[in-house]
Write a protein that binds this ligand. Structure first.
Ligand code: PGA
Length: 248
């Protein structure tokens, strides 16, 4: 049985006070206990949100990290810093980081390894652009991103990894992949994991869909056999909507 995982990616939204307001509204709502809940908040809010989440079952995530523990990397945040705060997860390789901040499959791989070494669970994002989909290359692109992200990762580490299939053309655009397409691609990812790590791993790895997930489409997506959760941007900024997603 794979535990469903609904994660909110706040992106570059919410000051510390705004973060506390949002998290307060979420944690005081009635939330499905059978669903794993994660909020990925800006670095500046991590510490205060962590304190606010104490005594709840809501997990905390960062949205990025450097792979080195320390050093001359101006503006970067290290896994040791995140670990001390008590971060559970870290989103790695989000398409916005690949697009705007030069994130590559190589840096994604280094970050994944480093996160695992430091006991932080990576949520690895993969997904094709509109152009790649129109050329029929979505499987090829996703396979390459996935295998490169997982290069050198041992089978026993896979249980600490979540994969998020996020087609770039569906992020923040209001265009959701059809639940069939999303299911197909999550199944494709699962097959690749199975080929690399074996049948048992294939059955246990959790795969999220992300891209314009909203209260009105979550149920249809989550009903699909291959989809174990959602990585949600826009709708995670509105407490009422995020609560609806958790309680899909
Ligand atoms: P969206 O973002 O839900 O606003 O489309 C998803 C994501 O980028 O993780």
């Amino acid at each position: 049985m794979r535990i469903p995982i609904i994660a909110g990616n706040w992106k570059m939204n919410n000051t510390i006070s705004e973060s506390l307001e949002l998290v307060e509204a979420i944690k005081t709502s009635k939330l499905d206990e059978k669903v794993e809940k994660v909020v990925a908040v800006p670095f500046t809010s991590l510490m205060e949100v962590k304190k606010s989440l104490e005594g709840t079952d809501i997990k905390l995530a960062a949205q990025n990290m450097h792979w080195e523990e320390k050093g001359a990397f101006t503006g970067e945040v290290s896994p040791l810093m995140l670990k001390e705060i008590g971060v559970d997860y870290c989103i790695i390789g989000h398409s916005e980081r690949r697009q705007y901040f030069n994130e590559t499959d190589e840096s994604v791989n280094k970050k994944v390894k480093s996160a695992l070494t430091h006991g932080i669970k990576p949520i690895i994002c993969v997904g094709e652009t509109l152009e790649e989909r129109e050329e029929g290359k979505e499987e090829e692109v996703v396979k390459e991103q996935l295998l490169k992200a997982l290069e050198g990762i041992e089978k026993e580490d896979i249980e600490n990894i979540v994969i998020a299939y996020e087609p770039v053309w569906a992020i923040g655009t209001g265009k959701t992949a059809s639940s069939e397409d999303a299911n197909h691609m999550c199944g494709f990812i699962r097959r690749i994991i199975g080929e690399k790590y074996g049948e048992d791993t294939k059955d246990t790895i959790r795969i999220q869909y992300g891209g314009s997930v909203k209260p009105n489409n979550i149920k249809e997506l989550m009903d699909k056999v291959e989809i174990d959760g959602a990585l949600v941007g826009g709708a995670s900024l509105i407490a009422e909507d995020f609560v609806k997603l958790i309680n899909y």
